[in-house]
Design a protein around this ligand. Structure first.
Ligand code: PLP
Length: 379
């Protein structure tokens, strides 16, 4: 066992915030009830869900009635893409750097991807060229989960309004919700996905915001919960934990973002200075999320590096956490034009609300030595 554990994979999942644990505890104990019922026990559960709905609505800048609770970000993304496509079949577009939870349903709907520049930012001219008046859905993430690039969503919404006035814009804000002021960013998005475990809530809960008038057909059919858009008994404990985490984020976002950005910048600068050839994949730090450091290290394989880091107590990742754990070439780096030889040495270090100066010190002590050892072995 390593002496110290440094968790630098907050983009994969971030630890449960104490506020979330406290909000969940009663619903895992003596409070219970199916929010769809009529009696007092059910009504108490419904009140907890409705209070959570108010928190999510305030975070996004929508009406409480627009919030549809789901079983996580992936389900929200699928409901947005496949639900709009089912309600109004037609051409569908998304950026080439979306999470698989968008890319796969867009492909299933026969949709196409739009390219990005070297920093991972959507090419707005290419978007304008790809839109036609019949386009029904455009899905662009608020911020990328691998490299952290923030997308120009207000500009996306404007281009879509001009070229495809009937199209709905869907924004996957799963990674952005921890760091960015969402209402101005998402004002032009008809649909917004959120995930609880990325903001410090429990896993397996999320929400899709569906603004009034957006055509959407349910995927999960049954009891008609959530305005008939997502059948299934509510996960009351999970929803309460999600809202408490989000409220904690909202209460301290600017201070946390500034603190974590300073840590991330020290980590990035330290690694660029001490790991030969290492470069930041998105050099403009203002263009990416505060907690995300993505590097390409020449002459090493990510998988071997991550193994050494894990052994030394530093938890990091190469691209994003995937079900198989296998590291395949990143579609995000490919879309940004990063050559496969550079992408092979990708390292994602993602910081979060619980990250400390000591974490950065530990990473700076371990990573250069591990990279040198791999280089030495390869020489
Ligand atoms: N969208 C983005 C941008 C993500 O980073 C993730 C999780 O990695 C998801 C969607 C999926 O969310 P969930 O893990 O809640 O299914």
């Amino acid at each position: 066992m390593p002496d110290r554990l440094t968790y630098l994979d907050h983009a994969a999942t971030t630890p449960l915030r104490p506020e979330a644990a406290a909000a969940m505890a009663p619903w895992l104990g003596d409070r219970f009830g199916n929010p769809s019922g009529a009696h007092r026990v059910a009504r108490a559960a419904r009140q907890a869900v409705d209070e959570a709905r108010d928190v999510v609505a305030a975070a996004v800048g929508c009406r409480p009635g627009d919030v549809v609770f789901t079983g996580g970000g992936t389900e929200a993304d699928n409901l947005a893409v496949l639900g709009v496509h089912a309600a109004r079949p037609g051409p569908v577009l998304c950026s080439a750097v979306e999470h698989e939870a968008v890319l796969v349903p867009v492909a299933a709907a026969g949709g196409r991807t739009v390219g990005v520049d070297a920093a991972g930012r959507l090419d707005l001219d290419a978007l304008a060229g790809a839109l036609d008046p019949d386009t029904t859905l455009v899905s662009v993430m608020a911020a990328n989960n691998q490299v952290g690039t923030v997308q120009p969503l207000p500009d996306v919404a404007e281009v879509v309004r001009e070229r495809a006035p009937h199209a709905a814009v869907h924004a996957d804000a799963v990674q952005a919700a921890t760091w960015l002021d969402l209402p101005p960013l998402l004002a032009g998005s008809a649909l917004v996905s959120l995930s609880s475990h990325k903001v410090g809530g429990p896993q397996g809960v999320g929400a899709l915001v569906v603004r009034q008038g957006t055509p959407l057909r349910a995927r999960a059919l049954g009891g008609g919960q959530e305005r008939e858009l997502r059948s299934g008994t509510h996960n009351v404990a999970g929803i309460a934990g999600f809202a408490a985490a989000l409220a904690a984020v909202l209460a301290s976002r600017e201070a946390t973002a500034a603190r974590v950005r300073a840590l991330a910048d020290r980590l990035a600068s330290g690694l660029v200075a001490t790991v030969p050839g290492a470069t930041e994949t998105v050099p403009d730090r203002a263009a990416r999320l505060p907690g995300l450091v993505h590097l390409c290290i020449p002459g090493i394989e990510s998988e071997a590096l991550l193994f050494l880091l894990d052994d030394a107590g530093v938890c990091a990742s190469a691209a994003s956490a995937c079900a198989s754990g296998a590291h395949e070439a990143s579609h995000v780096l490919a879309a940004m034009g990063v050559p496969p030889s550079r992408g092979a040495g990708a390292l994602r270090l993602s910081l979060g609300w619980s990250s400390t100066e000591a974490d950065v010190d530990h990473a700076l002590a371990v990573i250069p030595a591990a990279a040198a050892r791999l280089r030495g072995a390869a020489a």
